[in-house]
Design a protein around this ligand. Structure first.
Ligand code: GLN
Length: 286
């Protein structure tokens, strides 16, 4: 330790090494997590951080880091510790009131953007918007679209609304309510990433820090998907599309729900991990 350092102070490099060692058993990306936490603490980017390996962390910074590492060790998502998460081209504020946006959900955004021409004033609804990730990414890509984002949770809607203003997106409005309870008018496109994990699913305990109501329907995993698939036709314009995200093993069951409800062109897309992730169909004449 250098002569100018205060007692107990450590360098960024030492904190990074100790932090990533500590997160080894609980994280898939211990080094990255440690970098993100320390960069956040010092208000630096990750590249700035690597150029300042000799900078000292004072005792307050060390104890903040210590508390964050302890929370991460308990399985809390890094996005909650940082308070934000990148999604699509957006930086979104996330709190424990909303699901952490997943890269897999970009499959749904890409598909939605293909369905809306850039030069038309399409009406789009995102049901159960959470942080606003899907609605806001569509609004960013399609500035002429009028996007309605709904959620049953008042707390989630407040986060989504805040994200719209942070990202300066004016073409999104918000409404509180369960699925179609909050929807008015007819839409060219309805999208949703509803809770689709079955109640006894072994993956749920690992997700315990995220809102349970955004993850599981408390039933077979298809309950909310069924409600949305059966209810959307009453809110779709002729030839409007419904696109939903679902679990990696639900593709066949979800296609069957679309087909039984009478949609045309029912199809499924895969995510980056090659899992079936989103299914959609067109409502209207075959
Ligand atoms: N994709 C999330 C997960 O498996 C679940 C999201 C959801 O239920 N809509 O962790």
């Amino acid at each position: 330790m250098s002569a100018t350092a205060t007692a107990g102070a450590i360098t960024v490099a030492a904190a990074l090494a100790a932090g990533s060692r500590r997160l080894q058993s609980c994280s898939d990306s211990p080094r990255l997590d440690a970098e993100l936490l320390i960069a956040g603490l010092l208000q630096l980017s990750r590249s700035q951080l690597s150029a300042r390996a000799d900078r000292m962390l004072d005792e307050v910074q060390q104890s903040t880091l210590e508390a964050q590492l302890a929370r991460r060790e308990q399985g809390e998502p890094i996005a909650y510790l940082l308070g934000s998460q990148g999604f699509w081209t957006l930086e979104l504020r996330v709190t424990p009131d909303v699901l952490v946006p997943r890269p897999d959900t970009e499959t749904l955004v890409e598909w939605a953007c293909e369905r809306i021409a850039a030069d038309i004033e399409a009406d789009v609804a995102d049901l159960g918007t959470g942080s606003g990730a899907i609605a806001l990414a569509i609004a960013r890509e399609r500035p002429r679209a009028r996007v309605l984002a709904t959620d049953a949770s008042v707390a989630a809607l407040a986060v989504a609304q805040d994200n719209a203003s942070r990202n300066a997106l004016g073409n999104v409005r918000f409404a509180q309510g369960d699925w179609f309870a909050a929807v008015d008018g007819g839409f060219d496109l309805i999208v949703s990433n509803p809770p689709y994990i079955a109640v006894g699913d072994p993956h749920l305990p690992a997700l315990r820090h995220e809102p349970l109501s955004a993850l599981t329907d408390g039933a077979d995993g298809l309950r909310c998907l069924r409600t949305i698939i059966d209810g959307a036709p009453a809110h779709l314009k002729a030839d409007g599309w419904l696109l939903v995200e679902h679990g990696y093993d639900q593709g066949e069951a979800v296609r069957e729900l679309f087909e039984r409800a009478g949609y045309a062109q029912v199809q499924t897309r895969r995510d980056l991990g090659q899992n079936e992730r989103a299914t959609g169909g067109r409502w209207g004449a075959p």
